[in-house]
Design a protein around this ligand. Structure first.
Ligand code: PLP
Length: 406
């Protein structure tokens, strides 16, 4: 039989950029008995999470919750708003943008994939000026939607969504605006309403600190209007019936009750800390992580400091060093999982996740594991990243999270 809890001592360090570690408080909440999903208790839970999640997306509009991974919510965003053969403008920011584009093709859409030459788009994120230029050319308005990834998990680049909104407006183009913030939500600042996003796609297993299995579509009135004419086939993903039943806190099918208990707990935890404090904590930990990478003398995958991700840091290994071999050494010696290089970056980088249930000591232990693993792998580092990160954290102190008894 497969042994799932085989870690000999201490806790496994799950430092991939999602799924992120699930706090005990959430694990306990998910262990409550499963209840009748048509009963009164469930309706109250449903209303609580449907309302609470709006604050995380910064929206007053409906948020559809699906019992699926993020990929399902990608599909839902496209099939609810678009028709076969529609042109959609997407931007190549990395592996996940590429997968979303492939999905658009599979659904019978015509994606146009804008990008910088070579690997540059994977280092700098969305270029709003390129989107604006393309939309200005499209005088017939054949482009029906602009789709971008906010936090590109494969690279550690967080694109400027407000700038894309400004670009669409500057071009005077009526295209819908669809954004994937699967790995950004509840870690990186995100504003569905203020940024005029029509569909925001997200998932549970990153900043929300839940296991995989819940995904989201935050929708605008314009998106709901578009869904009335959209002709792509849809059944399970169709918003209308779900939004209607959600008014009472219910779903047209059996929702994942125990994950919703977890979501309710996560919303309370984030509310207790404060969403803006959550963002500030992520920014601070990310900066400390980058201080470590710089001290090692290794290159950060994101080449533009304005779009460094607060969620994860992509670390390039020196030419000739297989990043996956370094990851394997770290896993075997220190029971720590780091993210692999995806797509064009296979073997060239590893990704350090510093999201969700993460604090100063989680990060310090993670960086210690990385530094020891780099040395064990024979990578010559320029200096101690651990010391650099400690320096950063102690010279940029956060307000204490706890108060000792007097
Ligand atoms: N988009 C981004 C940015 C992601 O990080 C991921 C998964 O990591 C996905 C889409 C796909 O989501 P899922 O694996 O939950 O289906």
């Amino acid at each position: 039989m497969l042994k799932l809890d085989f870690h000999p001592t201490g806790r496994h360090f799950l430092q991939i950029p999602g799924p992120s570690p699930v706090p005990d408080r959430i694990l306990r909440a998910m262990s409550y008995p499963t209840i009748d999903h048509r009963g009164p208790e469930f309706g109250a839970l449903g209303l609580k999470v449907l309302d609470g999640i709006k604050a995380i997306f910064k929206t007053a509009q409906p948020v559809v919750i699906y019992p699926s991974s993020g990929t399902g919510a990608w599909e839902a965003a496209l099939c609810n708003t678009l028709s076969p053969g529609d042109t959609v403008l997407m931007f190549e920011t990395g592996h996940f943008a590429t997968l979303w584009k492939k999905m658009a093709e599979n659904l019978g859409l015509k994606p146009e994939f804008l990008g910088l030459p070579g690997i540059e788009g994977w280092r700098r994120g969305v270029q709003a000026d390129m989107i604006e230029a393309r939309l200005r050319e499209d005088t017939q308005h054949t482009i029906k939607a602009v789709c971008v990834v906010h936090n590109e998990t494969s690279t550690g680049v967080t694109s400027d969504i407000a700038a894309v909104r400004r670009a669409i407006d500057a071009a005077g183009h009526p295209a819908l605006f669809l954004v994937d913030t699967i790995s950004g939500l509840a870690s990186a600042d995100y504003r569905h309403d203020e940024w005029g996003v029509d569909v925001t796609v997200s998932g549970s297993q990153k900043g929300l600190m839940l296991p995989p299995g819940i995904s989201f579509n935050a929708v605008s009135q314009k998106a709901i209007q578009a869904s009335k004419d959209a002709k792509l086939p849809r059944a399970f993903w169709a918003w209308d019936e779900i939004i209607e039943m959600n008014k009472g806190g219910y779903w047209p099918y059996t929702p994942n009750t125990n994950l919703l208990y977890g979501l309710s707990e996560a919303l309370e935890m984030i509310g207790d800390e404060g969403l803006e404090q959550v963002f500030a904590r992520h920014q601070r930990l990310a900066a400390a992580c980058r201080a470590a990478v710089n001290a090692w003398g290794l290159e950060i995958q994101c080449a533009d400091p304005a779009v460094y991700s607060p969620v994860l840091t992509g670390v390039m290994t020196p030419e000739g060093v297989d990043a996956d071999a370094v990851r394997k050494t770290i896993y075997e010696h220190f029971d720590m999982s780091l993210g692999t290089g995806l797509g064009k970056l296979k073997g060239r980088m590893f990704r350090i996740g510093h999201l969700g249930d993460c604090n100063d000591l989680t990060l310090m232990a993670t960086l210690t594991g990385c530094e020891m693993g780099l040395k064990l792998s024979g990578v010559k580092v320029a200096g101690s990243g651990v010391l650099a990160a400690m320096d950063y954290l102690t010279s940029h102190t956060a307000a204490p999270a706890l108060k000792a008894a007097a």
